[in-house]
Design a protein around this ligand. Structure first.
Ligand SMILES: [Zn+2]
Ligand SMILES: [Zn+2]
Length: 340
């Protein structure tokens, strides 16, 4: 970078800091990680210990050193231990609950709907699979339990007469959502008034990095059967798209690349099967790549629109190329600050 560009960058940095004093710069200040930000995080992360009450003996210390204990609690660790089942923002835990419901119910046909009651909506509200109850298929009900307070709910999603009428089922499921899913817990359970933010689950630019990271680990992924993917109708991805993505991910195996772009990883111990990493639906490679192509994803899955992920990555690559010139980027940034 030449000295002129460096000077312009410094002056922009100064503008960013000045701007961070106002309301508009609140997020910016957080990103910059100023001492003030670190002070605030520290203030809320640690709590002074009440030494009188913290009397648990340390068997490895002599009597005169028993008082030597940390003076602060790490609140983050306490929340992790004491509020098990309530990591509200944890995508990993939401996916664990989702997986438990999908695996627990995949052998029965239930009346899910896209809007109110489905595996994802239940998992987002803190429910996990408990069991299926009932003597016969017609009396089968789904039991879910709360990950936090262990409350259980019964959902009758197996009423055969309702399978024929989506509107009726939607109305029933809406009632289930309002009366059972959100209100069954005791009022002190934090899931009553909270829900995992599903925008973190669905595909958007801000969380595209999850997929890029996943796909960068493609060397360790091996799909069993070999051969070209053929589609009877129009291919899902264009050759140019596959070419630029195979360059980007350094993955010469186009077949593997295509399967991963559609959200699949191999099923352990089964050469011909794949599983989606976000809706946990399984499929044989032949059924999703051959002439009888079908979309195996759940309607609410992050990859249900199978062309969306490669399109988003490709457009990001194109826009990164366009703004590669440092002078152009500086000038865009200057224009931005002038406009605010
Ligand atoms: Zn609860
Ligand atoms: Zn899926």
């Amino acid at each position: 970078m030449d000295s002129l560009s460096h000077g312009r960058l410094q002056s922009l940095f100064g503008m960013m800091l000045r701007d961070s004093e106002g309301d508009k710069g609140r997020n910016l200040r957080m990103i910059l990680g100023t001492p003030e930000t670190r002070r605030i995080i520290k203030k809320w992360k640690y709590r002074t210990k009440n030494c009188e009450r913290a009397t648990s003996r340390n068997a490895f210390l002599p009597e005169k050193l028993q008082k030597l204990q940390p003076l602060y609690y790490n609140v983050s660790e306490i929340v992790g231990k004491e509020y098990k089942g309530l990591q509200l923002y944890s995508l990993e835990q939401a996916l664990e609950r989702l997986n438990s419901i999908v695996v627990g119910t995949n052998c029965v046909l239930l009346s899910w709907d896209d809007k109110w009651i489905n595996e994802l909506s239940l998992a987002s509200k803190g429910w996990k699979f408990h069991s299926l109850a009932g003597e016969t298929p017609n009396t089968l009900v789904l039991l879910c339990s709360c990950g936090r307070c262990d409350t259980k709910i019964y959902l009758d999603l197996h009423s055969t007469e309702n399978h024929n009428n989506d509107n009726v089922q939607n109305l029933i499921n809406e009632r289930y959502w309002e009366d059972i899913v959100t209100k069954s817990r005791p009022s002190q359970c934090p899931w009553v008034s909270n829900q995992f933010d599903l925008s973190d689950y669905h595909l958007k630019e801000a969380n595209l990095i999850h997929d890029i990271t996943r796909m960068q680990g493609h060397e360790t992924v091996h799909f069993g059967t070999s051969g070209e993917i053929t589609h009877n109708s129009t291919p899902l991805f264009s050759q140019e798209q596959l070419f630029s993505l195979s360059e980007f991910f350094k993955c010469a195996d186009k077949r593997k690349l295509e399967l991963m772009l559609r959200g699949f990883i191999p099923v352990e111990g089964c050469n011909d099967a794949v599983i989606c990493v976000r809706c946990f639906r399984k499929a044989f490679i032949g059924s999703i790549t051959g002439s009888d192509y079908l979309n195996p994803h759940a309607p609410w899955c992050r990859y249900h629109d199978e062309t969306k992920l490669p399109t988003m990555i490709t457009s990001q690559l194109l826009s990164a190329k366009k703004t590669d010139d440092i002078k152009k980027r500086l000038s865009d940034l200057e224009n931005y600050f002038e406009s605010v």
